[in-house]
Design a binder for this molecule. Structure first.
Ligand SMILES: Cc1ncc(CN)c(N)n1
Length: 233
């Protein structure tokens, strides 16, 4: 059994709260309100900036060139992923500069800084476990939602689903699963597994909170049309 499969089994409720969130079910059947998706996507751009930093941190924490190359590949995947956000947001009249200037929601801060802290205070395995729900979860979601595209050629979330169901993204997730196994061979003891499960479970819950944030921002916008208050206001 892979380390990822063990972590998922040990934190199954948290994992399912993420990959089977209402956001995903509404996306699958095409009923996800566009305002919710837009709110999520703007924050996701900010999220990816911080996750690029987390992968850069993984390069820094690496002791071997192989580990560095793997983190560099993940960093490239994230940088490419941001093109999707730029393309989709352009249709709403939002430029990359608008996205970068958007205030970070507390759910974005909570998740990204949690992962960065796992990397800063832990070792490379801690950091990769904290990063794992990101790429592996979206690959699982992309595969789950792919049949919805066959059923509906005009699916409103076709581009988003295609990105995460794509061979390139699926390969990145498989590489991440294999890399966790290699890292674990070097430094995973049974004693350490509970601590890693706690990191994995927390990151999965923070992913679930991230979907929820899309609804919360859309609600805040409806109730306060002047805009979201900047963080800390
Ligand atoms: C919140 C979140 N988690 C994961 C991914 C996939 N890289 C993403 N774009 N956004």
């Amino acid at each position: 059994m892979s380390v990822f499969a063990r972590l998922k089994a040990a934190a199954l409720d948290d994992w399912n709260s993420y990959v089977d969130h209402a956001f995903i079910r509404q996306m699958e059947d095409g009923t996800l309100p566009e305002a919710v998706f837009q709110s999520y996507l703007v924050q996701d751009y900010l999220f990816l900036i911080q996750f690029a930093r987390a992968n850069a941190l993984a390069i820094y924490k690496s002791r071997t060139l192989d580990d560095m190359r793997i983190a560099q590949t993940s960093l490239n995947v994230i940088m490419n992923e941001m093109n999707l956000h730029v393309r989709l947001c352009e249709r709403w009249g939002l430029s990359p500069a608008d996205l970068e200037a958007a205030p970070e929601h507390r759910a974005t801060v909570a998740y990204t800084r949690y992962v960065l802290d796992c990397g800063a205070s832990g070792d490379l395995l801690d950091l990769h476990v904290a990063l794992a729900p990101c790429v592996i979860g979206y690959a699982e979601i992309g595969k789950r939602l792919e049949p919805a595209l066959l059923a509906n050629p005009d699916h409103p979330y076709r581009e988003w689903i295609s990105e995460y169901a794509s061979d390139g993204f699926q390969e990145a997730a498989q590489a991440s699963i294999a890399h966790l196994d290699r890292l674990a061979e070097l430094s995973l003891t049974e004693k350490r597994f509970d601590g890693l499960t706690a990191i994995f479970a927390a990151a999965s819950r923070l992913e679930a909170d991230f979907w929820q944030m899309g609804y919360d921002i859309a609600d805040e916008r409806r109730n306060h049309p002047a805009g979201i208050k900047p963080l800390g206001a």
